[in-house]
Design a protein around this ligand. Structure first.
Ligand SMILES: [Zn+2]
Length: 469
């Protein structure tokens, strides 16, 4: 029977508050590393019995090690398949010189600052500690473009803060550099940028109207319609469009970070990172599953011995509760890490070609298959995958859910077919050609994938192809 989390923890979890325990683990599993950082900081600040020891310890054998991954455990594995290990993100603090280059991912992910840190630094001086907590949460909930994933009301509920306060913090963040970050969508982002430009006295009289009311026409470059409806010349519309294009950036994250060497968005801390084996060309892939902890999370032993000496029953109970909560949290974090590790290991084991190759190499898989194989519940897989990202050896960071995107490989094949066509192929013809790739897909599905790829239909593509070919 599938278990929610790994079997090895079941017996202990059943003895001690099974429901609370499981719920907590599932909550942690659902969180990205950035969110975990926040969660961990909160938990430690609220619970004196929980502490983060400044040591580098192997989660498997519990030994102190010079750096991650633990060589003893790696050697013991000594099998085929990827080397997967859990380690804190900032593990370079603990690595000694001799181990520095070994399996080190630091060089590739060394960033001066993340987007969240960059923004928080700007807004922090002018807000209260309560607002700071909200800001940190908001900044942990940005997607790759810099848009806010959650609705403000959700955030307010989650943080038990007033909606008004959440909205005020969002407004503050939106005005920080890069302007528009934490907007809900492209439009909100562009309008925020435009507002700011207007305050600086830099504006175009038609820009606001164009953005707010004629976005679709603008995207189609249908300047005539806009000119007629706004009762201005086509030239004016064009100049407004040009102003928008030149001064505004639809994706706040990119506008700021484009200049950096990592234009691919590498500054986003992935939740998992895969690198090629530095020692052997065809050696196993090395996979780091990031944990939030920057050291070794544990129950504070001096608190434990102190509690045993307390005589006042009320006080003793109070401290015992702290201890229990700390133990529970440590256990849940370990379970979270372990579940992530098992799931990631299976994903990487099954998809080495895609990880090292292209979208075409993705082997479609389902969460159910994974759940069956790992004897976990499907919802556990879903939670582990949700909102997480994985950095591939080529530096690309993709959502972990990509591995379950059944259409990705087919879309890649559609792209290849169309790129190789000598005369524009209809969707019907593409569907037929896909059979060569072992995909049986309806014409309508081809049309859908084609539009997802941003490719025009055959009759419009024909005009773009050189006629002589
Ligand atoms: Zn070990």
């Amino acid at each position: 029977m599938p278990t929610i989390i790994t079997g090895q923890f079941q017996s202990t979890s059943q003895r001690q508050q099974p429901a609370a325990h499981l719920t907590r683990t599932m909550q942690l599993l659902e969180k990205t590393c950035n969110e975990l950082d926040t969660e961990l900081a909160t938990e430690i600040s609220e619970n004196p019995a929980l502490e983060m020891a400044e040591e580098c310890r192997c989660p498997d054998c519990k030994q102190i090690i010079p750096s991650y991954p633990c060589q003893a455990c790696m050697n013991r594995l000594n099998g085929t398949g990827p080397i997967v290990y859990v380690a804190p993100r900032a593990n370079r603090t603990y690595s000694t010189d001799e181990h520095e280059e070994y399996y080190s991912t630091d060089n590739r992910l060394r960033d001066p600052e993340t987007l969240s840190e960059h923004v928080l630094k700007q807004v922090a001086p002018s807000i209260s500690s309560k607002e700071r907590k909200i800001a940190e949460h908001i900044l942990a909930r940005l997607d790759e473009h810099g848009f806010l994933i959650d609705h403000p009301a959700e955030i307010a509920t989650y943080l038990r803060a007033s909606l008004k306060m959440v909205k005020a913090v969002i407004e503050l963040i939106k005005r920080a550099d890069p302007i528009g970050v934490a907007s809900q969508d492209v439009m909100e982002c562009l309008l925020t940028q435009l507002d700011t430009l207007e305050q600086d006295g830099k504006t175009h009289p038609l820009a606001h109207n164009l953005l707010a009311n004629f976005w679709e026409q603008l995207a189609r470059r249908d300047f005539d319609t806009v000119a007629r409806k706004c009762n201005v010349s086509v030239q004016t519309v064009k100049s407004a469009a040009k102003f928008i294009k030149r001064n505004l950036s639809p994706y706040p994250a990119q506008s700021h970070w484009n200049n950096a060497s990592n234009a691919t968005g590498r500054y986003f801390r992935p939740d998992v990172e895969v690198i090629k084996n530095p020692h052997k060309e065809d050696g196993p892939l090395i996979v780091q599953v990031f944990s939030a902890a920057r050291g070794w999370l544990r129950v504070n032993s001096s608190v434990r011995s102190m509690v045993s000496k307390i005589e006042d029953p009320a006080k003793k109970d109070e401290w015992a509760a702290y201890l229990e909560r700390a133990a529970l949290f440590v256990k849940c974090m370990r379970q979270r890490d372990n579940a992530m590790k098992r799931i990631v290991k299976l994903i990487v084991t099954r998809q080495p070609k895609f990880i090292l190759g292209t979208d075409k190499d993705l082997i479609p898989m389902t969460r159910v298959e994974l759940a069956d194989q790992l004897e976990l519940h499907e919802s556990t897989i879903s939670r582990a995958v949700a909102n997480k990202t994985i950095a591939l050896p080529n530096g690309r960071i993709i959502p972990l859910s990509t591995f379950f995107d059944r259409s990705l490989a087919i879309r890649a094949a559609v792209l290849t077919i169309i790129e190789q066509e000598s005369t524009a192929m209809t969707d019907e013809q593409v569907a037929h050609k896909l059979i060569d790739y072992d995909y049986k897909v309806a014409r309508r599905t081809v049309a859908k994938y084609r539009s997802m790829l941003g490719i025009l239909p055959a009759n419009l593509r024909a005009r773009q192809l050189p006629s002589a070919v």
